[in-house]
Design a protein around this ligand. Structure first.
Ligand SMILES: Cc1cc2nc3c(=O)[nH]c(=O)nc-3n(C[C@H](O)[C@H](O)[C@H](O)COP(=O)(O)OP(=O)(O)OC[C@H]3O[C@@H](n4cnc5c(N)ncnc54)[C@H](O)[C@@H]3O)c2cc1C
Length: 417
């Protein structure tokens, strides 16, 4: 797959894609002094379709990159405000030792640039407007990538001891060496649009559990997240575990959602800022294998979005940090086997929990179960306080309180199953 006429560049680790996954991997490698090159086909700031919501889990990942929320223009929130036809419930993030009691929002245009520049300052070489075309493979081992400088239209080969693939949900790069989506795992689709409205809600992430199109319950959920500076991110999504998934588009769910909002919120064409954009959420570790010799796959490219809540940023960052630590160890000890422990550790860390998530979203995919949950489950505050932990994967583990112990037991049971 290599082109012998292309100029060659050498680096220890090549990271493909500078979203949260790629920038986190590049940062942790660079902070260890590893020579790392981070490729991004766009130029920062670049748009990314997302809800722009960061849970307490993502705050932990950010802090591990030396980014303190108070030093940057984030919007803070204290939990979720959940709406259904019957109830409105405010659910604060739990008080835990391992996680802060707040989350953040920031547009991905600003957020992703913040992370990429952080990696750059730590010593990573960031090459924007550079696209990785395909892996270079030598006797079954990925040894780099063929890349294109999109400014000059010139191709080159970058040789690396390891390649980290972080090219997002529509990842093509890893497909060249056999990474495939597992169709048995859930996938979501969601659409979002920005609005400039006077009513600035908060400090909550606002979530609608049931979306109605007239009298019919749609298989989806909606959100309105307040952003720094007064904009809001309005979005709606659905999962392929929902009945009628194939008959309903993200756009239709989005349209039904904004029609549902009270007129005084002023979410109209006049207050819209940009278009409705949509994208996929690959969930439950749905892309395998997560590594082939010489190459590790992180974030959405590995299908690692949490099926419970559609959160992908924290998991992209966590999987990237894990990949970076293992590669660093492998380089220092000159033992490639260490890097290839990545899929096993990834599975050990997330698979039992994601199995519970997958079972949960399959169950609520049935409209009767969903209606039971919204009508009878939502009003039960104790149940919802447990669910916010379970769905956000926020727990102090076995040393925590009774809710944490229940969650820990569930994960243990899933691991044993
Ligand atoms: C509508 C929607 C709402 C969402 N809301 C949330 C939310 O509120 N909170 C949350 O945590 N998650 C949310 N997610 C999920 C979240 O956006 C992703 O999980 C997250 O962006 C994954 O990060 P990543 O680094 O793996 O990939 P990405 O963020 O997709 O980054 C991949 C990067 O790689 C670059 N790239 C791609 N191909 C190449 C190539 N060949 N060469 C060079 N560069 C390349 C891209 O330009 C991009 O910059 C949402 C997703 C959608 C679709």
């Amino acid at each position: 797959m290599s082109s012998s006429s292309s100029p060659q560049i050498e680096t220890d680790v090549l990271v493909v894609g500078a979203g949260p996954g790629g920038s986190t991997a590049a940062y942790h490698l660079a902070r260890h002094g590893v020579d790392v090159t981070l490729l991004e086909r766009a130029t920062f700031p670049r748009e990314k379709v997302c809800g722009d919501g960061l849970t307490p889990r993502a705050v932990v990942a950010l802090r591990k990159m030396g980014i303190e929320p108070e030093d940057h223009p984030f919007e803070r929130h204290h939990g979720l405000r959940i709406y259904s036809r019957k109830v409105t419930l405010e659910l604060p993030w739990p008080t835990l030792e391992d996680f802060p009691g707040f989350g953040l929002t920031m547009t991905r245009g600003v957020f992703d640039e913040l992370l990429a520049r952080r990696a750059q300052r730590a010593g990573a070489r960031l090459r924007e407007r550079t696209e990785a075309l395909e892996p270079v493979v030598d006797r079954g081992w990925v040894t780099g990538a063929l890349v294109r400088d999109l400014e000059r239209g010139e191709d080159a080969e970058i040789r690396a001891r390891y390649v980290v693939v972080a090219d997002g949900a529509s990842s093509r790069f890893a497909g060249h060496v056999g990474v495939r989506r597992d169709p048995s795992k859930p996938i979501g689709i969601a659409a979002r649009r920005y609005y400039r409205i006077d009513r600035h809600p908060g400090p909550w992430l606002e979530v609608w559990m049931d979306l109605w199109d007239g009298d019919s319950l749609l298989p989806g959920y909606g959100w309105l997240f307040p952003l720094p500076g007064g904009d809001v991110n309005l979005g709606a999504g659905l999962l392929n575990t929902f009945k009628n998934f194939s008959n309903v588009s993200a756009q239709r769910v989005f349209d039904a959602f904004w029609r549902m909002l009270p007129p005084e919120w002023n979410v109209t064409e006049d207050t819209a800022d940009g278009r409705v954009l949509s994208g996929p959420l690959p969930m439950g570790m749905s892309r395998t294998p997560a590594a082939v010799p010489g190459m590790l796959v992180v974030g959405d490219a590995a299908g690692i979005v949490n099926p419970f809540n559609g959160e992908g940023i924290a998991y992209a960052m966590e999987s990237a940090e894990l990949a970076a630590e293992l590669i660093h160890e492998a380089l220092v000890r000159d033992r490639p086997g260490i890097a290839h422990l990545y899929p096993t550790i990834l599975r050990e860390r997330y698979e039992p929990y994601y199995r519970i998530g997958t079972t949960f979203v399959r169950a609520i995919g049935n409209p009767t179960v969903m209606r039971l949950l919204t009508d009878y489950g939502l009003p039960q505050e104790w149940l919802m306080r447990f669910l916010i932990r379970l769905m956000g994967n926020l727990s102090d583990g076995p040393r925590g309180d009774v809710r944490d112990k229940v969650m820990d037991t569930l994960v243990r049971l899933a691991r044993a199953a």
